[in-house]
Design a protein around this ligand. Sequence first.
Ligand code: HH2
Length: 262
Amino acid sequence: MGVVNVTPDSFSDGGRWLDPAAAIAHGHALVAEGAAILDIGGESTRPGAAPVPAAEEAARVIPVIASLAGAGVLLSIDTTKASVAEAALDAGATYVNDVTALRSDPDLVGLVAARGCTCCLMHMQGEPRTMQDAPRYTDVVDDVRAFLEQRVAFAVAHGVAEDRIQIDPGIGFGKTTEHNLQLLARLDELVALGFPVVVGTSRKSFLGRITGRADPADRLPGTIASTVLAYARGAQVFRVHDVAPARDALLVAAATLRAHGA
Ligand code: HH2
């Protein structure tokens, strides 16, 4: 899953793809690099990010989605708002990535159910403005698993088909470095729930804290290491900014694990 941030303020690439033509070209480039899904977002979720009104968010992403609709990959809309998701689905998206797991907008679950699109339910403790202040868990993996089970039950109770649901531990969303590492190390416990697991470690701060790389652009090796380990633990979707290196790393990891199984 390649990231297309049509925002001025995303943590690693804010402003680079705000111009629709630049975002569209970037989307095509990520497809050429091997992305199977493009995740297109018009509102940053980084700690402290300012909320974006729905009309502004839609104005950023809809032209990009409409233009990429013929690119031959799945298009995901990264939003928490039903009105933005609906316009995105009308423009050609078939996947809704909601970092609040259908908790922000009461109309979003009904839309996902009615349209039969795939959705990603992600764990987040708190809200983006304050989520990194003092995240606390009894046991982070048990707590995230219980949350995801509850959100899956909510979606199914509102008519979302089980085979349309994917789950995501929400790396970096209300989590310390140790919490993120626990989730990656014990990812098999989330995989055991039986839904495809999405993991997004790309360029995130915990990689910088471990490696001493303050600039997100320098965190590609950390992204690759964590992505490959998540794959080895059973994750199936990898949300990354740098598609070509992630693709190569995953192909080598897959070939190696196949050889082990043979
Ligand atoms: N991470 C980000 C945004 N959306 N969605 C899912 N499902 N999983 C993630 O880990 C995830 C996500 C944050 O990354 P980015 O889009 O690069 O930054 P920003 O939120 O600042 O736009």
